[in-house]
Design a protein around this ligand. Structure first.
Ligand code: ZN
Length: 416
């Protein structure tokens, strides 16, 4: 199946300069192409990829700087523009500004690229016009078929992302059929499972948080378009990037572990985008709400809910795990032992104490159990038509341990 690999590139000085030039050319092609499309739209006409590619070929005979960069990268830029305009609408696609857009361009025809191992830590890949590009080979690409390669700059460093076919297939069935787990993604604790496991991680050290805040303040004081501002922005971006990478790593590791151990993983169907939308529009006390909402937003985004869902669907391809999503309504208010729904049962952020049967448990674990029960109810209904894009390997009905799970006595001690 198709998957991505990312490596840090070690360019020579000439290559850095040339890569920047390719990036600048792609940016110019994007902006010119977008301007042309907008102009056409204003007149009620459409511009498509074919005619733009033709015009690009003509422009190359006139402008030597366009001819000097790999033509494939420019074509790919036009293709990306075409897709962006079709998906988002011509007037919502953004310009690529020299200050805000960091260069990124793609080489198709990965099957024609040679990859060699240099030593234990390094490899090299031959790219059109750039020549041999050295990269830190964190993992081997042996036995994998290259589809395309993308070079992009993040801060000071360049990265090589390759799309590869690793030759593996999604297994027909999971190795431990019948196993299932419910996952509650929370704000206080990143992930709680129905097995009673609480998985959390801090992605920013206290010192890093202080430094981030200090840099943010410094940035707000910097004069616009000054060199100092650029430097501060770069430093802040580096701090943020480190945090982002840790979050991705955490999501990938937990997702892998859960997918390996379970044939079914049930998640709440959280609409993160909608939940984190700005609260400015609300009627009741807007000033207060905005602050509270933005705090929650930061908490939601900082725990990486969306990334976890993505990482899980990616890991599930390798294990044959079915990922179910169930509506999130009442999962935090329902008692997982007796089914009683009462908002008052949620005693605090962490404690759930049922108002009817006095069942007491960690609130997130209780929610995870409800999510699991809801998910298993869905998987048991094989007759129901399944929405597209949620493929599931056949014969994975977890009915075997379903009752067992539902009738499982609670492990937590009841309230005194
Ligand atoms: Zn109860």
């Amino acid at each position: 199946m198709l998957t991505g690999r990312r490596f840090r590139v070690e360019f020579t000085d000439e290559q850095v300069e040339y890569a920047e030039r390719i990036g600048a050319a792609c940016r110019a092609v994007w902006n010119t192409g977008l301007e042309q499309r907008r102009e056409y739209r204003r007149r009620g006409a459409w511009m498509n990829y074919q005619s733009q590619a033709k015009e690009l070929a003509e422009a190359k005979t006139e402008h030597s700087w366009l001819k000097a960069v790999p033509g494939h990268c420019l074509q790919q830029t036009l293709m990306d523009l075409d897709r962006a305009c079709r998906e988002r609408g011509t007037f919502r696609v953004r310009w690529r500004s020299g200050r805000r857009w960091s260069p990124s361009f793609r080489f198709p025809e990965g099957n024609k690229m040679a990859v060699e191992k240099l030593n234990r830590r390094h490899g090299r890949i031959k790219l059109p016009k750039l020549g041999w590009v050295k990269f830190r080979a964190g993992r081997s690409l042996d036995g994998e078929t290259l589809r395309s390669a993308t070079l992009s700059r993040e801060g000071r460093h360049w990265f090589l992302s390759v799309l590869v076919d690793d030759g593996r297939q999604t297994p027909e069935a999971h190795v431990s059929p019948g196993s299932a787990v419910g996952v509650d993604r929370g704000v206080a604790v990143a992930i709680a499972t129905s097995d009673g496991e609480l998985i959390d991680s801090q992605f920013v050290a206290p010192g890093e948080r202080r430094r981030g805040i200090a840099l943010q303040r410094k940035l707000s004081r910097c004069a616009k378009r000054s060199t100092n501002r650029d430097k501060t922005r770069a430093a802040l971006a580096a701090v943020r990037a480190r945090e982002r990478r840790r979050r991705l790593d955490f999501a990938a590791q937990v997702a892998h572990r859960l997918a390996v151990a379970n044939a079914v993983v049930v998640l709440e169907d959280l609409k993160t985008k909608q939940m984190t939308k700005s609260a400015k529009g609300t009627i009741e006390s807007p000033g207060r709400n905005v602050a509270a909402k933005s705090g929650l937003n930061r908490a939601i985004l900082s725990k990486g809910w969306h990334q976890f869902a993505l990482a899980l669907s990616s890991a599930a391809r390798y294990t044959g795990t079915a990922v179910e999503k169930v509506p999130a309504a009442y999962t935090s208010q329902r008692c997982s032992a007796c089914g009683h729904v009462d908002p008052r049962s949620r005693e605090s952020q962490a404690v759930f104490r049922c108002t009817r049967c006095t069942h007491c448990e960690h609130a997130d674990v209780n929610a995870a159990k409800n999510i699991l029960a809801a998910g298993l109810a869905v998987t048991a209904c094989e007759d129901q038509p399944r929405p597209a894009g949620r493929a599931r390997s056949p014969k994975q009905e977890p009915a075997g341990n379903r009752e067992e799970l539902l009738l499982q006595p609670t492990t937590a001690a009841p309230a005194a």
